[in-house]
Design a protein around this ligand. Structure first.
Ligand code: EPZ
Length: 420
């Protein structure tokens, strides 16, 4: 398994171009199953999750080609069931359920496996399918959904932690080919949900209200192929912005959507970080002395849970006390014990991480446990004195395109060590 060797203490300087959003491209690739027509998706990041999804679509009978950042899919004819193991291994693949049910009134999908960041039930996804008229059975590790007809309905999708992102995507994709009108209440408002709705409307769907808690879908008979460019990755953007501040550098982030990041930029400014926006470009630098801030993760447009670990590193470097509260995934604190190896002083009480910041970090071997925890360990390694080895970076490659090369272009001393 590859690892990253990071010699810390170098302020990041220069420009970085943001890649397309992983969490937009996965449901968009799944949506191509809704039509026999040709779909072309651009600005697709080269990530292991994307390659996984491509294999899953191919296992369902679709012809998929990936040429640099362009994915072409033609799902002329579908097989009833995809590759069990592939689907089980990647949680995001649950979003093939809606398109398969929508297109062929039948879907058999392996249940997603466990996840270190907390329990990830799909009860809301299934509730939505049932309300559209599907019969559901869970058997042998599969969820089977079948419907003679799909009929539009009013569906409330709010759960114990608020809306569900992929649940909203799945129900939207099942409802576009249903009879009549579907209204999704307490829908997720994430930019990735909006980008998916844009793509579906380009395929001939009739969706209004995406980006608000109420989405209305007028069912149509069939969809056609379409072309689409994916939105930039707001979590990659947040990661580079925080890395600039953590290393006391100055980074110009290009091709971003700062308007998708208000909560993060607001917290950075509150902490004393300077953020200058110009259209799709923003320059981030530490400015003066950092101040501790409290952060609570919330559904969009609140502070994203996917930037919580990275922000915790910045607070560990900031003199004073800050409290980081995780409201979306209850055990998303796997990075805390690894940050302690680098000298951070963080204690956990229920959903709160109490960060006593300001102690310098020193390099050490650490273990990545999940995608965003690994990004936080990389930032900590960049800010620490000495050398940090981040192991199991396959987690990082799932969601960050060529991050080590991008960091080296910003002056970081980062080396990928293969198979260590
Ligand atoms: C998406 O996951 C993202 N993944 C996650 O990003 C992100 O953390 C999450 O949204 C929240 O923003 C992709 O888009 C591929 P949810 P998703 O359903 O849709 C509970 C990353 O790092 N819930 O919005 O699976 C659930 O347990 C990943 O890129 C139910 O109770 O998340 C959680 O507490 C990690 N029942 C909350 O809702 C359900 O049926 C939000 O989960 C579904 C969810």
């Amino acid at each position: 398994m590859d690892s990253l060797l990071i010699k810390g203490g170098v302020p990041l300087h220069g420009e970085v171009l943001i890649s397309g959003a992983k969490n937009a491209v996965l449901p968009i690739m799944a949506a191509t199953l809704l039509t026999a027509g040709k779909c072309v998706i651009r600005r697709v990041p080269q990530l292991s999750d994307v390659h996984f999804m491509a294999k899953i679509l191919a296992s369902l009978g679709a012809r998929v080609t990936i040429e640099s950042d362009t994915v072409t899919v033609r799902a002329a004819k579908l097989k009833p069931v995809g590759n069990y193991d592939l689907i089980r291994k990647m949680r995001g693949s649950i979003c093939i359920l809606g398109p398969l049910l929508g297109r062929q009134r039948y879907a058999k999908v392996s249940l997603p496996g466990g996840c270190v960041i907390g329990p990830r039930p799909i009860d809301l996804h299934l509730k939505g399918m049932r309300q559209l008229g599907a019969e559901l059975t869970i058997e042998g590790g599969y969820v089977k959904a079948e419907a003679a007809r799909l009929i539009g309905a009013e569906i409330f999708l709010g759960g114990r932690a608020g809306p569900t992102v992929l649940g909203t995507a799945n129900v939207m994709m099942a409802a576009v080919l249903a009879e009549g009108v579907t209204t999704v209440e307490s829908a997720a408002c994430e930019p990735e949900v909006v980008d998916l709705a844009h793509f579906l409307n380009q395929m001939g769907a009739r969706i209004v209200g995406a980006g608000s808690p109420t989405i209305t879908i007028n069912g149509v008979k069939e969809l056609h192929g379409a072309e689409h460019e994916v939105i930039p990755d707001r979590i990659e953007t947040a990661t580079f912005a925080i890395a600039a501040a953590a290393t006391n550098g100055e980074v110009t982030i290009k091709g971003a959507r700062p308007d998708h990041l208000h909560a993060v930029l607001d917290k950075l400014r509150e902490a004393g970080v300077e953020v200058h926006r110009q259209g799709l470009t923003m320059t981030v630098r530490r400015g003066g002395r950092l101040k501790p801030v409290d952060v609570t993760t919330l559904p969009y447009s609140g502070f994203p849970t996917d930037a919580q670990a990275q922000m915790m590193v910045l607070m560990a470097l900031t003199p004073g006390l800050s409290i980081i509260t995780e409201r979306i995934f209850e055990s998303r604190f796997m990075h805390v014990s690894e940050l302690a190896r680098l000298g951070a002083d963080i204690s956990i009480e229920g959903p709160n991480a109490i960060v006593k910041g300001g102690k310098g970090l020193s390099g050490a071997p650490v273990m990545a446990s999940d995608l965003r925890a690994s990004a936080a360990l990389v930032i900590a390694g960049l800010a620490a004195q000495g050398t940090t080895q981040v192991n199991r970076i396959y987690h990082l490659d799932r969601g960050y395109e060529k991050i080590d090369a991008k960091l080296r272009r910003l002056g970081a001393r980062v080396k990928r060590v293969e198979g260590s």
